[in-house]
Design a protein around this ligand. Structure first.
Ligand code: AMP
Length: 363
């Protein structure tokens, strides 16, 4: 196995948003240095570590960045594969190409999941009016038309309740390759945030319950209100996915818990995940430190939960309420240092702890 990147080493992070910022802060706590590479000026992570501004296809800038770091990781799953291909001969890149290739395309993602024995909502590929009509036959209604690539936080998605919605839905996605998914009448949404180390070891945080509004995460509650058998099944699915991808690092696996108890995978994110932010306060080793342990080849840390937690995102102007939140007893306030509070933009989050409700571990 490759030598670990020990204290004093430097982790390069592709992407400079809040996830990169929190990774850089965790790196500092571990005696590591961090540098980010991002296309935009003044990224949030640039407040806490050196930031290189460069395009994803700027081979010279990427090579110069690679020369200053010991390992490269990412906080953004839509880093082009060509960027990884430029970096990989120069420096270890973790997670690798396969995790990104699968997560970047909803069709590849669903096919990978099903091939790994993980169930999903019914789906069919859509290219045009003809394939949409066929997909509606196969999947049924209601359904959601989603772009295959670059959709996040509910963007690039249109709901269809009748077949008459088809032309408008297709037009809304502007002819981009898409998939049609059946709407899953879930009881709750769950996620598992888990890490896989360089040696293949896996550590999962307890499954959590998530509430989305308009496709954007509002709240995560840890642990999810599910029985131990369901929690263990959710963790086992995550383990199958991480191992199947030979993933190194943290991954977020989003699941639908169905009325009959089935767990359907919705989406995987090959990076630290918004539904894992609660681990900063409620676990000895949080998801950011855990991700760095994995990509640097350290032993993974104990993911045990020492408290229950609720994490709420602060979207858009909700962060203007920072004075009240800062004064609220027991509220751990995180602000991401973003300038413009566009509606729905993730500006920060608040975590509140409660005494631990039950067994620390799922197993
Ligand atoms: P996504 O961007 O695919 O993660 O979707 C964002 C959110 O939209 C999910 O967390 C769900 O709340 C909802 N959603 C997406 N796909 C489906 C589906 N097939 N059935 C029911 N709800 C869905």
């Amino acid at each position: 196995m490759a030598e670990p990147v020990g204290p004093g080493g430097t982790v390069g992070i592709l992407g400079g948003g809040q996830l990169g910022r929190m990774l850089a802060m965790a790196a500092a706590r571990m005696g590591l240095k961090a540098r980010v590479y991002a296309p935009e000026a003044d990224p949030p992570a640039g407040d806490v570590c050196p930031a290189t501004r460069g395009a994803w296809d700027d081979a010279a800038a990427l090579a110069a960045f690679a020369a200053t770091v010991d390992v490269v990781t990412l906080e953004f799953e839509n880093v082009p594969l060509a960027t990884l291909d430029i970096l990989a001969p120069l420096v270890p890149v973790r997670p690798g190409r396969q995790s990104l290739a699968v997560a970047q395309d909803r069709l590849s993602e669903k096919r990978f999941l099903n091939a790994a024995g993980v169930r999903t909502a019914p789906y069919a590929p859509v290219e045009d009016a003809g394939t949409l009509a066929a997909a509606l036959e196969a999947v049924g209604l209601p359904a959601i038309l989603k772009t295959r690539r670059l959709g996040y936080d509910g963007k690039g998605q249109v709901r269809l309740t009748t077949a008459a919605d088809a032309p408008d839905a297709l037009a809304a996605l502007g002819g981009q390759p898409a998939i049609l998914e059946g709407v899953a009448p879930f009881v709750r949404e769950l996620s598992v945030v888990a890490a896989r180390g360089l040696d293949g070891a896996i550590r999962a945080y307890d499954p959590v319950e998530n509430v989305h509004r308009g496709g954007v995460l509002r709240r995560t509650t840890a642990p999810a209100a599910v029985d131990a058998e369901t929690a263990a099944r959710a963790v086992a699915l995550a383990e199958t996915i991480l191992t199947g991808l030979d993933h190194v690092g943290v991954m977020g696996v989003e699941l639908f818990h169905m009325p009959d108890g089935a767990l359907l995978a919705n989406e995987i994110a090959p990076r630290v995940h918004n539904t894992g932010h609660w681990t900063l306060e409620a676990c000895a080793v949080d998801q950011f430190a855990q991700h760095l342990r994995a990509v640097c080849g350290w032993p993974l840390g104990d993911p045990a939960r020492h408290a229950d937690a609720t994490m709420e995102n602060l979207l858009g102007d909700e962060a203007d309420d920072w004075r009240r939140l800062a004064a609220a007893p027991g509220a751990a306030l995180h602000l991401y240092g973003k300038g413009e509070a566009r509606p729905g933009r993730k500006m920060g989050h608040v975590t509140r702890l409660r005494p631990r409700s039950r067994a620390l571990r799922v197993d």
